[in-house]
Write a protein that binds this ligand. Sequence first.
Ligand SMILES: *Cc1c(COP(=O)(O)O)cnc(C)c1O
Length: 414
Amino acid sequence: MRADRCDLPDEVVGHPGTSAVTGPVFTLAPGPVGATAPTLAAMAAPLLHHLDPAFRRLYAETLALLQEAFGTQSAPVLLPGEAVVGLEATAASLIRQDDVVLCLISGPYGAAFAALARRYAADVVEVGVPYDAVVPPQDVAAALDRRPDVTIVSAVHCDTPAGTVNDIDQIARVVADHGALLVVDAVATFAGSPCDVAGWRAGVVVAAPQKCLGGPPGLALLHVSDDAWRHMAGNSRAPRSSVLSVLDWRDVAEPTRSFPYTPPVPEIAALHACLRQYLAEGPAAVWARHSAAARAVRAGTGALGLPLWAADPATCSDTVTAVRVPAGIDMARLRALARGQAGVMLSGGQPELGGQVLQIAHMGPSAYPLSPVIAVTALGQALRWLGADADVGGGVEAVLASWPALDQIESSST
Ligand SMILES: *Cc1c(COP(=O)(O)O)cnc(C)c1O
């Protein structure tokens, strides 16, 4: 599925100094986001052979860092291919011919997993809500009461185009009580807001480097529980010697095992660097930075006159904000102007959401205090050019007003 399929025209005429070649480019679309200097340096390191002992060490260290970031007791899995490959591999590897899968759908990524599940499962049941809402945990409980034969439940933590967050803490409890395996797409939240992977007791959690970790696309990061490994091992149709095999990548860091095929060496090096930065800054500090950026973006876009897409502001993600753009505004032109004239890359216009929804990401390196100012000025000016009435000054002031007061800053630093 391409949630961001509305591309910009090739010939975006740029302001001098904002070309893709010279930059500066402010990537405020939801991943890949701009990488930090240490991440770029890691990607530029000399290429090691994948069987070189130095690479084996880097790989083992990367798995250990990821396990620490996941906060789990078992070794995670790094799957070559970006996050959607990880989601497809999860569906292919986990879902048996006799499984009944309950898919929770509050946006395009939830619907995409249901389509994958239909390929493999005996039956797929859906609990869907309009894409500006989230799935109520009591609806999950009711669906499981109606269908006691459900064996797997799939959920998306933040469905990115909608910018909304499902309450996985509650949903996971309901699923665990039922005894089903939970699959969580946490691609857009992992390393940007709390993901209680161990507490969820989830079967599989899929994350990725190119969102809140600020890495390149090219890997899927999987937590797989003991129960889920058992379920996969008992799946006679689970792919082996295949890019969709999760089982092939189990325990590859052990000295007695080897890689089933060549892992993407620079992506592993970059992930290693991203995880070190994430753990050094400290997850709690990183999450706080994301939620501060989210508050600032919402204040700024609200003052610009752009309402939130989410029906309930309490369901908005700390990692990406989706806003409604007035019906008369051409979304492709709006985004082309922001990119061409200000170097600001935004995403939006997904037909599944009616075509007039724009996302502003604040994830990883884009979750910094000035990013919301950049987003609000570029977007506000582009809206004005297209004839909308946008209060850019008010938007910037609203961003600044979301910052803490001086006495709060001084009391928290003493
Ligand atoms: C980005 C994203 C994905 C993965 O899409 P890719 O095309 O692999 O980057 C999956 N789920 C969600 C919620 C995402 O935001």
